[in-house]
Write a protein that binds this ligand. Structure first.
Ligand SMILES: Nc1ncnc2c1ncn2[C@@H]1O[C@H](COP(=O)(O)OP(=O)(O)O)[C@@H](O)[C@H]1O
Ligand SMILES: [Mg+2]
Length: 392
């Protein structure tokens, strides 16, 4: 199902999380975007289509590379993340797909997590805490936490009726939340459409907190899904074809909005702009492409992996579609860099310096490390200033 629309009818084997037979495709247009590229009208049981359906569904679960997955599964009393998919119809807070058992009269309105509250406390504890117990309540497994992607430990919570995603750091690294908040500050100052991340603490651990940017009427379609629609070139052409696809679907100022993401990546040296970390928002009722998704997931930045107390490391490589390239190369995609009002970033380095010092008692960052982070940020801002003043 896609919200209230029937997409297809199939046999699903819960033991292996595989779709074993497809009986009918009711409306392929409402299927997850990725599946359209594999659909053959005359052969609905084509192996490639069925395999991709299974892969897509399994991919809704927590990925095998989630930080501390073994511990989380132990605490949840499970052996594999896909077991969670059976607990709450595969529902998510990033789209409206779900599995409706044949002949059941369950309605989307009664079960979706946008309207219906969920019991998140035990899962949050199991996911984020260093000393959690195993869960005790079956209701703790009926949450949108069953369907989150990404490497970082995370949990959906409800605060004052609003759904928020909490994200921790990777392993013992705690810089991710600060980078997310820095990214929000930069985007706010430069007027880039972004997801607003704030800092929060959970049992002495610093986490980032952002509101859900999807509503009951929308879904996130990541570039990873759209790429199957586009010929692959392994070059700048991939970017251009993606922009064209967005423009063909009448997204306003698509090019500038995607450029903004690469400008942010340049400023904070984000190394992780892979194809699932950006995309578009689609209306699930009309299927219209509404907008470029607000910029999200900016934590893997400021040389997070290469910190060395003795030496300032500058990796300087980001991602652009299938390529890993120096940021100085990636920034060249921006057609008119003069449109950026860089003076809006005046004082942002000092602001970040203050923020890092405020949390020093929790992060344990040395003054040297804080200084290095600020040096890197300052360096990138100055580089961008230079590009703006040079470009005529
Ligand atoms: N605020 C949000 N609202 C809705 N969906 C979100 C939100 N933030 C993240 N997601 C979804 O969750 C996935 C994982 O989140 P992300 O921030 O990318 O985590 P990670 O850093 O572990 O990759 C995203 O790819 C996206 O599908
Ligand atoms: Mg991500």
């Amino acid at each position: 199902m896609n919200k209230n629309k029937e997409v297809l009818m199939a046999e699903y084997d819960t033991a292996t999380s595989v779709f074993t037979k497809i009986y009918e495709v009711i409306d392929i247009n409402y299927a997850p975007y990725i599946l359209k590229s594999f659909y053959i009208e005359d052969d609905i049981n084509d192996t490639s289509f069925r395999t991709n359906l299974s892969e897509w569904f399994k991919g809704r679960g927590i990925p095998a590379w989630r930080d501390k997955l073994d511990l989380l599964l132990h605490r949840l009393n499970l052996t594999a993340p896909y077991e969670l998919l059976d607990k709450a119809f595969g529902l998510s807070l990033s789209d409206q797909y779900w599995l409706k058992p044949y002949e059941s009269d369950i309605s989307y309105d009664d079960i979706n997590f946008f309207d219906n509250d969920f019991d998140y406390v035990e899962f949050m504890d199991a996911s984020l805490s260093t000393n959690s117990k195993t869960i005790t309540k079956e209701s703790s497994l009926k949450t949108p936490n069953n369907t989150t992607d990404g490497m970082l430990k995370k949990a959906w919570i409800i605060d004052n009726g609003i759904r928020y995603l909490l994200k921790g750091g990777y392993k013992n690294e705690t810089l991710q939340p600060f980078n997310e908040v820095l990214a929000s500050e930069i985007c706010k100052r430069l007027g880039f459409n972004h997801v607003e991340y704030t800092l929060d603490t959970y049992k002495d651990m610093v986490v980032s907190k952002c509101p859900c940017f999807i509503t009951k009427d929308t879904e996130l379609v990541t570039c990873y899904q759209i790429k199957y629609d586009i010929k692959r070139h392994d070059g700048i052409e991939d970017y251009e074809e993606y922009i064209k696809k967005l423009e063909d679907n009448e997204i306003e100022n698509a090019r500038e909005k995607v450029e903004n993401m690469y400008i942010l990546d340049f400023l904070i040296m984000n190394e992780d702009r892979h194809l699932n970390n950006f995309g578009i928002i689609r209306d699930v009722n009309t299927l219209k492409w509404l907008d470029v998704a607000p910029i999200f997931d900016n934590g893997q930045s400021l040389n997070i992996e290469y910190y060395d107390e003795d030496e300032l490391h500058i990796s300087g490589r980001g991602r652009m579609f299938y390529e890993v390239k120096p940021f100085d190369e990636i920034i060249k995609v921006v057609k008119n860099i003069k449109r950026i009002n860089i003076s809006k970033l005046d004082g942002v380095v000092e602001w970040f310096d203050d923020l890092l010092h405020q949390y020093q008692h929790l992060t344990g960052y040395s003054d040297t490390r804080i200084n290095r982070l600020c040096v890197l940020l300052n360096r990138q801002i100055n580089k961008l200033k230079e590009l703006i003043s040079r470009d005529n």
